[in-house]
Design a protein around this ligand. Structure first.
Ligand SMILES: [Zn+2]
Length: 129
């Protein structure tokens, strides 16, 4: 197995069912591959997105967020810890939204920012739905 394939496999394992950034993945990968550069992590993440194994979302935090391909869902973001939780948005009623005439909705991003208490660890252990 080439390093490239090893990196990709390692990235998918590290992400698991979570949300993460290239910077956090880089820190974790350097424990296994000390010479791996951030640029290599970005390149592998881009390829995994192109291969439909990962999706990336901008605007949730100050960094681009990567996660496995999942059915459409929303996000709850803890502003104190930057942890991100998936939420089910299937029941949200969009019928009251007046889209411009001729517009066809193809993609939807819903996120809620808040906190779970008074400290950065107050959301630790909360399970996403
Ligand atoms: Zn998510």
């Amino acid at each position: 197995m080439t390093n490239k394939h090893r990196y990709k496999q390692e990235i998918l394992i590290m992400i698991g069912n979570d949300h993460t950034t290239a910077q956090l993945l880089h820190q974790k990968l350097r424990r296994i591959y000390p010479s791996i550069g951030l640029w290599t992590v970005y390149r592998n993440l881009t390829e995994l997105v192109d291969e439909w194994k990962l999706m990336k979302t901008n605007g949730l935090t100050e960094h681009t967020i990567y996660e496995r391909i999942k059915p459409s869902h929303g996000h709850v973001i803890c502003k104190l810890s930057n942890r991100i939780f998936d939420i089910n948005i299937d029941m949200i009623d969009l019928s009251w939204i007046e889209f411009p005439q001729g517009f066809t909705l193809e993609d939807l991003h819903i996120s809620f920012k808040g906190n779970f208490g008074d400290g950065p660890d107050s959301c630790k252990g909360k399970v996403s739905t």
